[in-house]
Design a protein around this ligand. Structure first.
Ligand code: AP5
Length: 226
């Protein structure tokens, strides 16, 4: 039985951190629109050139660009048994487009995991985030909450760490505004559709992972028993 999951939450809620572990545990691909767009920017592809100015400004990349990327990815063979979407959908139009695409490929959203956390917490998480510059590694750190063993160096591959362009204070403020104006309404949408599962994301990464896994287990249990 295929399991399609969405991770929803503000920038810095910990979606990427949790998605890496959860997708490995569940054996389903982690589909991050942010990672795919950054990869396209880094490789200089046309789609990346179109996306860069929006990302650097903390704005949403046009729906047509993002929907095309996600639709293509969901059609891949490895998504047949399930997927974990991180950072998509981000507005009502994307949610509608996702529903249409899933009908087309004969799948559906199993549950939406909403990582609930305060604006203060996400601001401090984003301000201290550091990423591995090796795109094949892409490991994430935080200078205080998840520090690398050696400052500025990735534990996993030894590459240099860097701060994302959009993790500067003024861009963080902009991204949080965009979340409130465009994305936050999806919580009500998926709650009304009885797909929303709230997870307290204010604790440590380990505590959040436990809460998330418990919520996923509840979804899987309900599916097997129905
Ligand atoms: P994207 O990369 O998706 O950014 P985001 O949604 O803003 O999310 P983040 O990656 O910033 O945060 P996260 O929730 O993954 O947190 P993380 O785990 O890293 O998108 C970037 C841009 O791409 C967008 O602004 C937009 O321009 C474009 N884009 C992407 N998708 C799009 C779409 N669908 N439509 C249009 N445009 C799109 O954690 C953050 C930090 O906190 C890390 O340092 C981590 O170590 C730390 N941390 C994590 N968990 C905890 C914890 N529990 N306690 C303490 N620290 C923690």
């Amino acid at each position: 039985m295929s399991l399609g999951l969405i991770l929803l939450g503000p920038p810095g809620a910990g979606k990427g951190t949790q998605a890496v572990q959860l997708s490995a545990k569940l054996g389903i691909p982690h589909i991050s629109t942010g990672d795919m767009l950054r990869e396209a920017v880094g490789s200089g592809r046309e789609v990346g050139l179109r996306a860069k100015k929006y990302m650097d400004a903390g704005q949403l990349v046009p729906d047509s660009v993002v929907v095309a990327i996600v639709s293509e990815r969901l059609s891949s063979a490895d998504c047949a048994k399930g997927w974990l979407l991180d950072g998509f959908p981000r507005n009502e139009a994307q949610a509608e487009a996702l529903d249409a695409e899933l009908v087309r490929i004969g799948q559906k959203v199993g549950a939406v995991m909403y990582l609930r956390v305060s604006a203060e917490a996400v601001t401090s998480r984003l301000s201290g985030r550091r990423m591995c510059s090796n795109k094949q590694c892409n490991a994430g750190y935080h200078v205080d909450f998840m520090p690398s063993k050696k400052e500025g160096v990735c534990d996993k591959c030894g590459s240099a760490l860097y701060q994302r362009n959009d993790d500067k204070p003024e861009i963080i403020r902009q991204r949080l505004q965009v979340y409130e104006s465009d994305t936050a309404s999806l919580v009500a949408r998926y709650r009304a559709g009885r797909l929303l599962r709230e997870v307290d994301a204010s604790g440590s990464p380990e505590e959040v992972a436990r809460g998330l896994m418990a919520a996923v287990d509840a979804v899987r249990g309900a599916r097997w028993s129905s």
